[in-house]
Design a protein around this ligand. Structure first.
Ligand code: XMP
Length: 493
């Protein structure tokens, strides 16, 4: 009944997730028994197979610490200076509670210009030097600053004295206990005698309210959370990488829409030679030929997808790409032979797409729009047609390229910039700490239906032709969605 993947994907069509449907198999275990642990790349194990895209409206410190707390990982975007990108990594790795913060340092004589100086944090940290290194003198709270309404005043006018301090790696319970004992509202986190962040009672209460987080999250050999980062393949990216390595980056992603290039092959060899301990992820690729070239060059992971992202226009502009279901299957079918994990990148808009990507051979899914619009994504919420939304933009959009990301689309040498992405907005989705655990549970149920109790088991069932699938006609796709109702509310949890 149905078709084996091998037969279906050799029929001359490019299939995307929505074209495909798995036939149910036999269940002999509970959904909770499904083990979703996986690997991002050869040496990076994850308990949750979810990766946040290296995009400037998705992955900075807050997303990185939340994804790590959930057992996944975020790849910090490179659309900023090397030192700022490194600072995002350092900040995310300098805590073990997924608080919403992007630590900002000022000196007492500095002037706070506006609310924006606080970035994502409710506080500004004050040190003698105005940098993270330097004696910790106190902090300014955003509420205090806004209440006084005295723009142009010096930091020293608002400053409150340093609160009690705890080691950076303290967990929620320890922080809560300290706040309780000292009857304070804020506690400082300290690493190597430097203050790295402040945590308020309000933040502790917020984080405590979410479904139980995976035990400890994604922690590396250094005892810190795992954080990845993306770079390009230019000469100056080698210098950028040095900054990122100093900040403790655990994996580096070579960010390109067509990864099978001489620039990337040379960069892979460079990274493996200079930083043999660092995992390097190549891509993007969608064919076995592209994948094989990068595998030969020594990649530790492959990122798959071309033009399938929600904000992508690459297939329209350049006439190149592949349906994401076919791309994931084809690349995985060669990558697994070398033990190289595959990241299915782009085109995920529901848990069913995740089940499909992971069952077709991917080890993780990389998501942009699915995670954008969360409180952990960079940027502020605005109202559009009565809806609370956050900006989400393609890294190949004109707006992002003007800020520096043109290299991903090899546009930096051309005088004429052609966009391969759009700028948009996505609905407020609340915290990833809430909707990712629910999404994982939905994915476990999908795995249970196909009779796979782990990713490895799904991959084995696919390759041994036990897992069967079919292509859905247009009418079958309509039938598979909500239809025939006058009105409805789409709510999953
Ligand atoms: P989703 O569907 O998760 O896709 O929003 C995120 C992925 O899309 C890729 N990306 C782009 N592709 N033009 C493109 O053709 C762009 O401007 C662009 N920006 C991001 C990227 O692989 C990301 O992970």
């Amino acid at each position: 009944d149905g078709y084996a993947a091998e037969k279906l994907f050799n029929s001359g069509f490019s299939y995307t997730y929505d074209d495909l449907i798995f036939l149910p198999h036999y269940i002999d275990f509970a959904a909770d028994a499904v083990d979703l642990s996986s690997r991002l790349s050869r040496n990076i194990p994850l308990s949750t197979p979810f990766v946040a895209s290296p995009m400037d409206t998705v992955s900075e410190s807050a997303m990185a610490s939340a994804m790590a707390a959930l057992g996944g990982i975020a790849i910090i975007h490179p659309n900023t200076t090397p030192s700022r990108q490194a600072a995002f990594i350092r900040a995310a790795k300098s805590r073990r509670v997924p608080i919403l913060s992007d630590p900002v340092f000022f000196s007492p004589s500095d002037v706070i210009d506006s609310e924006e100086d606080f970035a994502a944090s409710p506080f500004i940290l004050v040190t003698e030097s105005g940098h993270s290194k330097g004696k910790f003198l106190g902090f300014v709270s955003k509420t205090n600053y806004l209440n006084q309404n005295d723009k142009g005043a010096r930091v020293s006018d608002y400053m409150e004295p340093p609160p009690a301090a705890l080691p950076w790696s303290s967990d929620l319970a320890r922080i809560e206990e300290e706040l309780e004992n000292k009857k304070e509202n804020v506690v400082a986190l300290v690493k190597d005698d430097e203050v790295v962040d402040l945590v308020s009672k309000e933040e502790v209460d917020r984080v405590r309210g979410y479904p139980k987080l995976a035990s400890g999250g994604s922690v590396g050999a250094d005892g810190e959370w795992l954080v990845g980062a993306a770079i390009g393949t230019r000469e100056q990216d080698k210098e950028r990488l040095e900054h990122l390595v100093k900040a403790g980056v655990n994996a580096v992603v070579l960010d390109s829409s067509q990864g099978n290039s001489i620039y990337q092959l040379e960069m892979i060899k460079y990274v493996k030679k200079v930083y043999p301990e660092l995992d390097v992820i190549g891509g993007n690729v969608v064919t076995m030929y592209q994948a094989d070239n990068l595998i030969q060059a020594g990649v530790d992971g492959l990122r798959v997808g071309m033009g399938s992202g929600s904000i992508c226009t690459t297939q329209e502009v350049c006439a190149v790409g592949r349906g994401q279901g076919t791309a994931v299957y084809k690349v995985s079918s060669i990558a697994y032979k070398s033990g190289v994990p595959v990241i299915a990148d782009g085109g995920i808009s529901n848990s069913g797409h995740i089940v499909k990507a992971l069952s077709l051979g991917a080890s993780t899914v990389m998501m942009g729009s699915f995670l954008a619009g969360s409180i952990e994504a960079p940027g502020a919420y605005v109202y559009q047609n009565g809806q609370r939304v956050k900006k989400y933009r393609g890294m190949g959009s004109l707006e992002a390229m003007t800020q520096g990301s043109d290299q991903r689309y090899l546009g930096d040498t051309a005088k004429l910039k052609i966009a391969q992405g759009v700028v948009g907005a996505v609905k407020d989705k609340g915290s990833v700490l809430k909707f990712v655990p629910y999404t994982m549970q939905a994915v476990r149920q999908g795995f249970q239906d196909i009779g796979a109790n782990s990713l490895q088991s799904a991959h084995d069932l696919l390759r041994s032709r036990v897992l069967r699938l079919e292509v859905r006609t247009g009418a079958a796709q309509v039938e598979g969605g909500i239809h025939g109702l006058v009105s409805y509310e789409k709510k999953y949890y």
